[in-house]
Design a protein around this ligand. Structure first.
Ligand code: MV4
Length: 646
């Protein structure tokens, strides 16, 4: 085993790798950007080397600097985590040329899976099922049309260089083929500088089921499947293992196909073979096809760890250090069921916009495994992925594990930034998902009900108000003074964007009536603390003038000056601002145009994703300040609406 390894990554995965290293007595070296100088992974590591900069290009993508750091600190191996340099074959070669071990597959295995058409051809040759289709060289439109007819409609046109659904077009009828081909090629040319396409039979009700594999460079085993069908725009939201409805026969067939795929390229280390599965009529052992292979440890690896009892990072280190595969296929078994939910700093009602900000408070329940790279007080910056944590649970059955997931999400507390917690909670309670009816279209179809925000309960607001005023702390102090008799206090708070006038009236010791707008909430202190209209109190976090109440929804109650409220009323909804630094991809409106609340006004590209900026209200566009292709700062005004009184 290694004495020291360097982790060429940040965030939760760097911390996850360090956890296992500590358990194995392996010394760890972290690397970090300037903005990550105080990050959790730096604190956890035995030693840390600064790479400088903030952007990945200035820091975590600097292969040469990372290799130099490994050499300077006496590390014998480099763990790449996921993302950044993890699937860069040139980096693997440079690491090996420096006399170090890359904890992962060979450069040639990574290259073999890098191009989709070549990978599919290779897999077909190795006896792995691939979707019926055309993966050939001849890109003549007439020829492609003939191939499409032979495959049979509907067909899917995909960019050879594609990923994340870019350059992909569904064609349902022969008459639409030529226009579909043209638009797929145009998008592929723009995104990848390569407009070659392949054509596949369209799988109408697809599920994403992937198999975890592990190789020693010659032989491989599989660690069963994960179902990652719950995705939104190709971003996974909740993953689980095993896949609901999986049969023994199909699991064996998929596992064997995945092992063949790994062995065909001499795979070493942890990898994932992704399959698309036709879920339109239950699962069938001949209804799965190879999509791609990810030549790294994946974000969702913990669900596999919890059902198999295997520490995949430990296996990675052992195999990289030259040990044989830790166990044989027949020694691996599935125990129970596991879910992982990805907790993001994002503004769901605004269209899942990544959010930034300081995590004033962050707490997870003991009942879940929370893989995280941040602590209370840390900042979610615009430079990196806005994932806060992965909340992972395990139970003896799917039903029990799902109940544990719901509860763990309810007991996860984040203050200081908006999150997707309530979206995750709604998904975990969704009837179809609960029944195991998952497919990649579920979130899209059910989006409206999943993001519906119920009116904030006056009970939660009352609790926030009482805490802000400090009255929650003195039920007994009130006892000594007969102050309550006619004591009334007015407090104005804001909740979401709503200004809420409140009135507190003490009725007796430990008895306060809180009027929230027109609703009276009775706060009463008893043996078990405060109750609000008879319901037990929620956890509250207070900082400065804001109380974050963790009820069935997280609600931020902010004390405001009633005079400021009048001065600022209606002001901000005039301006459409860039929520983060980014590139203006497209502006859809011009001055003078009428827009309706919710209309998409512009697209901002940031953090490798496109974000729609929506109108916050109906109105007329007064001015467009943003230009297509412009780089803008956070807060830059892109569009101004005619102010409402005008
Ligand atoms: C497909 C498909 C249906 N039929 N291929 C989307 C991204 C890329 N990795 C593959 N994708 C798909 N390929 C055929 N022949 C449907 C999808 C697809 C999808 C696949 C996996 C997970 C989520 C998805 C969401 C939409 C479409």
């Amino acid at each position: 085993m290694f004495d020291t390894i360097l982790i060429a990554n940040r965030g939760e995965i760097a911390c996850r790798v360090i956890d296992t290293c500590r358990r194995l007595g392996v010394r760890t070296v972290a690397v970090h950007s300037d903005v990550d100088a105080q990050a959790r992974h730096v604190e956890m590591a035995d030693e840390a080397i600064s790479l400088g900069g903030a952007s990945p290009a200035e820091s975590y993508l600097r292969g040469d600097a990372i290799i130099a750091a490994a050499q300077a600190t006496g590390a014998q191996a480099i763990h790449p985590g996921y993302g950044f340099l993890s699937e860069n074959p040139d980096f693997v070669e440079a690491v090996e040329a420096a006399g170090l071990v890359f904890i992962g597959p060979s450069a040639s295995a990574i290259r073999a899976m890098g191009l989709k058409d070549a990978a599919k051809a290779l897999m077909a040759e190795a006896g792995v099922p691939v979707v019926p289709g055309y993966h050939g060289e001849d890109q003549d439109p007439g020829h492609l049309e003939v191939e499409a007819a032979e495959i049979g409609y509907p067909v899917l046109i995909k960019a050879v260089a594609g990923g994340g659904g870019k350059g992909m077009r569904l064609v349902e009828r022969p008459g639409d083929f030529v226009s579909g081909l043209e638009s797929a090629k145009a998008e592929a040319r723009g995104a990848f500088g390569n407009d070659a396409v392949l054509i596949e039979k369209y799988i109408t009700s697809p599920r994403h089921i992937e198999v975890q594999v592990f190789g020693d460079g010659t032989q491989a085993v599989h660690l069963f499947e994960r179902d990652c069908s719950l995705q939104r725009r190709h971003q996974k939201v909740i993953e689980e293992a095993p896949a609901p409805g999986m049969t023994r026969e199909m699991r064996d067939a998929m596992g064997q196909a995945a092992v063949r795929a790994a062995e065909a390229i001499g795979y070493k280390g942890a990898g994932t073979v992704e399959f698309i599965v036709d879920g339109s009529d239950g699962l069938r052992a001949d209804g799965f096809w190879f999509m791609e292979m990810n030549t790294r440890l994946q974000v969702e690896h913990p669900v596999t760890e919890l059902i198999t009892g295997v520490d995949l990072v430990e296996w990675q280190l052992r195999v990289a250090a030259g040990e044989p595969l830790p166990c044989a296929q027949e020694d691996l078994t599935i125990s129970g069921h596991s879910f992982e939910a990805r907790l993001y700093a994002e503004d769901v009602p605004a269209g899942f916009l990544p959010a930034t900000g300081r995590l004033a408070h962050l707490a997870f329940p003991e009942s879940a495994r929370a893989d995280t790279g941040v602590r209370s007080g840390d900042v979610i910056s615009p430079h990196y992925d806005p994932m806060i944590a992965k909340v992972i649970v395990h139970g003896p059955s799917r039903a029990v594990a799902l109940r544990k997931l719901r509860r763990a999400l309810a007991e996860t507390h984040v203050a200081g930034t908006v999150t997707n917690l309530s979206f995750l909670g709604a998904l975990a309670r969704h009837e179809g998902f609960s029944a195991g009816d998952v497919d990649t279209g579920l979130i899209g179809r059910e989006l409206e009900s999943l993001i519906a925000v119920s009116r904030t309960s006056p009970i939660l607001i009352a609790q926030g108000v009482l805490t802000l005023v400090g009255l929650d702390k003195m039920p007994c102090a009130l006892d000594g003074f007969a102050l309550w008799q006619s004591l009334a206090q007015h407090v104005t708070v804001s909740v979401e964007n709503d200004v809420v006038p409140c009135r507190l009236v003490t009725r007796g010791p430990g008895a306060i009536d809180v009027t929230v707008k027109e609703t009276i909430v009775e706060a009463r202190h008893g043996a078990n603390g405060w109750r609000y209209d008879g319901q037990p109190a929620s956890a509250v976090f207070v900082e400065d003038d804001a109380a974050t109440v963790f009820g069935d929804q997280t609600c931020v109650v902010r004390r405001v000056d009633p005079l400021d409220v009048e001065a600022g009323a209606g002001g901000s909804s005039d301006l459409i601002e860039a929520p983060m630094p980014g590139l203006v991809r497209q502006v859809f409106v011009a001055a003078g145009q009428h827009v309706t609340k919710g209309d998409r006004l512009a697209i901002l590209e940031a953090m490798k994703m496109e974000h729609s900026l929506l109108a916050a209200r109906d109105g007329e566009v007064a001015e467009v300040m943003a230009e297509n292709g412009a780089q803008v700062e956070a807060g830059a005004v892109l569009i101004r609406l005619q102010s409402e009184e005008a």
